[in-house]
Design a protein around this ligand. Structure first.
Ligand code: ADP
Length: 168
């Protein structure tokens, strides 16, 4: 059985991520989406929220499982019997970092390979942080996120603004 891991922060999951997950699920017997628990990026959504959002958007893909992890990606992959790491590439700006990461993982876990899927051109510009930035200023994020996820992002920012005002 060929199992792949698709790791990331997914803060929140975008339509670009969903596209990569759908395509990976056609290539592999099983795809484990690995949500990085303690992202250095101080996430907007908690680990549980990010996992639940991913479970929601992948509910119709039977060979996808969503788990969270901490520590080394290669340990998480080994623990789950995965032999391939999937990463998405949007533009050359992703390339240098991704190449370095893949090479480092290859040195510490030679049995694991990294497979890059190029973005669907529709989502080449899209990142979680861009979607959050647009939402923060009240812009329309419906082209970036599943409608339910977009609602959660809007609610989160609304809550933050109310919370802030409440503290004053
Ligand atoms: P990380 O913090 O690990 O970069 P992200 O959640 O930002 O986590 O991204 C996870 C993976 O998905 C990365 O490989 C990233 O390049 C890829 N990715 C992000 N956005 C897109 C997109 N719009 N199209 C294709 N791949 C994407």
């Amino acid at each position: 059985m060929k199992t792949a891991i698709y790791p990331g922060s997914f803060d929140p999951v975008t339509l670009g991520h969903v596209d990569i997950i759908e395509r990976s699920a056609k290539i592999f017997d099983k795809v484990i989406v690995g949500v990085l628990r303690n992202s250095a990026k101080s996430p907007l959504f908690s680990e549980e929220e990010r996992v639940n959002m991913l479970k929601y958007v992948t509910r119709d893909i039977p060979n996808v499982e969503v788990l969270s992890f901490d520590g080394l990606l290669v340990d998480f992959a080994r623990l789950n019997g995965a032999n391939v790491i999937i990463r998405g590439l949007r533009a050359v700006t992703d390339f240098e970092y991704e190449l370095q990461l893949a090479q480092m993982n290859r040195v510490i876990a030679p049995e694991l390979d990294t497979l890059f899927l190029t973005t669907n051109l529709k989502y080449a510009y899209l990142s979680s942080s861009m979607a959050k930035e647009v939402a923060m200023y009240g812009g329309d994020i419906s082209a970036f996120l599943d409608p339910e996820i977009a609602k959660k992002v809007r609610d989160k920012f609304r809550g933050k603004i109310l919370g802030y005002q409440g503290e004053r």
